[in-house]
Design a protein around this ligand. Structure first.
Ligand code: GRF
Length: 197
C-alpha cells in the first residue's frame, strides 16, 4: 500500500511512521506533501530520500489529484496538516484518508483545535484523561468515524506542553498501528483498530 503523508510542521509523526515501516512492510511512505517548503516534515523527507512535494495552491484539487496519481498513492494520512484538504480529494479517497488528532475526539476537535490550544482546552475543562484519536476524514472536519484511540492520564501539575509531549508519544504508536491495519485490509481501506499496549 503506497501512502502519502501530509504535514505542515515538525513531522515527528511522519518520522514515526517511516521508522515503523521498514522496507518490505505492507505499507510504504511513498510521498510527503506539505503546504510549507521549509517545514521539518519536508526536511525529514529529503534526509531519508522520500519523494516530497510542496503544494503551490493547497486549495486546488487538480494539483492534489495529479500529484497523488503521479505516485500511485493508495492511502492518505494527515499528520499535523494545518490546511483544509479540498473536498474533491476527500471524495476521491473516501475511506482511504485518515487524520490524527491530539485529543480524545469527539471532545476537543473542530475549528481552532490544533497545537497547544487542544491541550489548553483539556486542562481548562479539568479532564482526567486525554490522548490521541485516528479518524476517517470526511467532508465534516474532525467528525469522521473514529478508527482508534490511545488514552493518556492528565497528571496534577501538567502544563499544555507536558501534556502535549505525553500525547505525542502515544501518537507515534497509534498512527503506525492505523496504517498497518489499513494495509492489512487490502490496498488501503481504513478500518477500526486497537492499539496493543
Ligand atoms: C500532532 O499532535 C498531531 O496530532 C496534530 O499535529 C501534530 C503534528 O505533530 N494533528 P508532528 O508534526 O507530527 O510532530
Amino acid at each position: 500500500m503506497r501512502v502519502a503523508v501530509c504535514a505542515s510542521g515538525k513531522g515527528s509523526n511522519l518520522k514515526a511512521l517511516v521508522d515503523a515501516l521498514p522496507a518490505g512492510s505492507p505499507a510504504e511512505v511513498a510521498l510527503v506533501i506539505s503546504n510549507r517548503k521549509d517545514c521539518g516534515a519536508i526536511g525529514f523527507a529529503e534526509e531519508r530520500g522520500v519523494p516530497a512535494a510542496t503544494l503551490a495552491n493547497v486549495a486546488d484539487p487538480t494539483e492534489w489529484l495529479d500529484l497523488l496519481a503521479s505516485r500511485s498513492i493508495d492511502f492518505v494520512v494527515l499528520a499535523g496538516f494545518l490546511k483544509k484538504v479540498p473536498v474533491e480529494v476527500v471524495r476521491a479517497y473516501h475511506g482511504r484518508i485518515i487524520n490524527i488528532h491530539p485529543a480524545l475526539l469527539p471532545a476537543h476537535g473542530g475549528p481552532g483545535m490544533y497545537g497547544l490550544n487542544v491541550h489548553r482546552a483539556v486542562l481548562a475543562r479539568g479532564d482526567r484523561e486525554s490522548g490521541a484519536t485516528v479518524h476517517l476524514v470526511t467532508e465534516r472536519y474532525d467528525e469522521g468515524p473514529i478508527l482508534g484511540r490511545a488514552i493518556v492520564p492528565v497528571l496534577a501539575g501538567d502544563t499544555p506542553e507536558s501534556l502535549a509531549s505525553r500525547v505525542l508519544a502515544v501518537e507515534h504508536r497509534l498512527l503506525p498501528a492505523a496504517v498497518t491495519a489499513a494495509a492489512g485490509a487490502g490496498k488501503g481501506r481504513a478500518i477500526a483498530f486497537t492499539l496493543n499496549h
